[in-house]
Write a protein that binds this ligand. Structure first.
Ligand code: TRP
Length: 341
């Protein structure tokens, strides 16, 4: 559902989000995040950032960083993000981020940082590299957001704790130095975030879990078909209008994302009168999935191979982000009393 423009307060609201340049985008990322960004770009002042500095906290080896940054930019543009409408930029290109991060570090306490769930998880995963960047990850994320004085942050549940910390840091800053920053809140277009179920009937699509049950926007036709055809089914319902087991419901959910209503309706009816053939249903789903993913994959490849275009995108994005960042830093320095003439 799209919101009416008239219901928005005067002046565009600022939206900011960060995208980690690790791994490939999958269908869950698309329906859960990217599609939201694409809708927001029409109505909000949007800053979308590739979090390359954050990735150094877990991936100090930068051999593949350039490739990954190019990929994530290309995938997002292929999905519909328009670099002319939003500021699409790399975190490391906007040096003001580091300055604000430093200021905020003085307002962040060791105890609260150590209690953060993501810190505890990462510390467990990389016991030999519990670096200070990992500890202050939420501080850097706060700097990203408030550098544009953004209020709306389109992220999933897993980022809720980081946002709560961001609000704490903002409140501490504002309380000590004067009102400079709005409190950022999680915000998504429409109502519920869509969860895209995994093809193995367990949980949702994810980079880290079962990769064979996750559809990537980079998968080719053969891979898509193979993964979809392997999705778990059974002998079919024995009684009309039987309840659907989770793994069957998931196939219907995936179909609703990419197939025509009439197609979904047909299989719904087939299920309810016990004539459903799961082989046919999966074949149809694979076909529609291919129709959905192929143009995105091809567009991504074309952009990825056009280094000149990517350079122009990054430069333009950084320019827009710096402009907003410089204004904020100026306000912050004034408020903090870092003005000696
Ligand atoms: N921490 C976020 C993630 O893991 C990425 C991120 C970095 C981010 N900076 C941000 C998200 C600013 C929102 C706003 O996905």
């Amino acid at each position: 559902m799209s919101r009416k423009k008239e219901t928005l307060p005067a002046g565009r609201q600022v939206v900011m989000s960060g995208i980690r340049p690790t791994g490939f985008l999958h269908l869950g990322n698309y329906f859960g995040a990217v599609r939201n960004y694409v809708r927001m770009q029409e109505e909000y002042e949007c800053y979308f950032m590739v979090a390359d500095l954050h990735s150094l906290t877990t991936h100090p080896d930068t051999k593949e960083l350039k490739e990954n940054v190019h990929r994530v930019l290309s995938e997002n543009i292929a999905c519909g993000l328009d670099p002319d409408k939003v500021a699409l930029y790399c975190q490391s290109h906007v040096h003001e981020t580091a300055e604000l991060y430093l200021y905020l570090n003085m307002l962040a306490y060791k105890g609260e940082l150590e209690k953060t769930s993501t810190f505890k998880d990462k510390a467990r995963q990389q016991p030999d590299n519990i670096n200070a960047g990992l500890l202050t990850y939420p501080v850097l994320q706060t700097a990203d957001i408030i550098l544009h004085r953004a209020k709306y942050v389109p992220v999933g549940k897993d980022q809720e704790q980081h946002l709560e910390m961001a609000r704490n840091f903002v409140n501490r800053f504002n309380h000590r130095y004067g009102e400079v920053f709005p409190e950022p809140v999680a915000f998504n277009f429409g109502e519920e975030l869509i969860k895209v179920p995994s093809l193995d009937g367990a949980g949702k699509m994810s980079k880290s879990e079962n990769q064979l049950a996750t559809l990537y926007l980079s998968d080719d036709d053969e891979q898509i078909t193979k993964k979809v055809m392997k999705a778990k089914t059974d002998a079919g319902p024995a009684m009309p209008k039987s309840p659907r087991p989770d793994y069957i419901e998931n196939i219907f959910l995936l179909m609703k994302l990419v197939s025509d209503d009439a197609v979904v309706k047909k299989f719904d009816e087939d299920y309810n009168n016990c004539s459903i053939r799961y082989g046919d249903m999966k074949k149809q789903l694979a076909e529609d999935m291919i129709k959905f993913i192929t143009p995105i994959r091809e567009k991504t490849e074309a952009i990825r191979n056009n280094h000149q275009y990517l350079k122009a995108v990054m430069e333009k994005g950084a320019e827009k982000a710096r402009k907003s960042a410089r204004a904020t830093i100026e306000l912050a320095r004034q408020a903090m009393g870092l003005n000696y003439f």
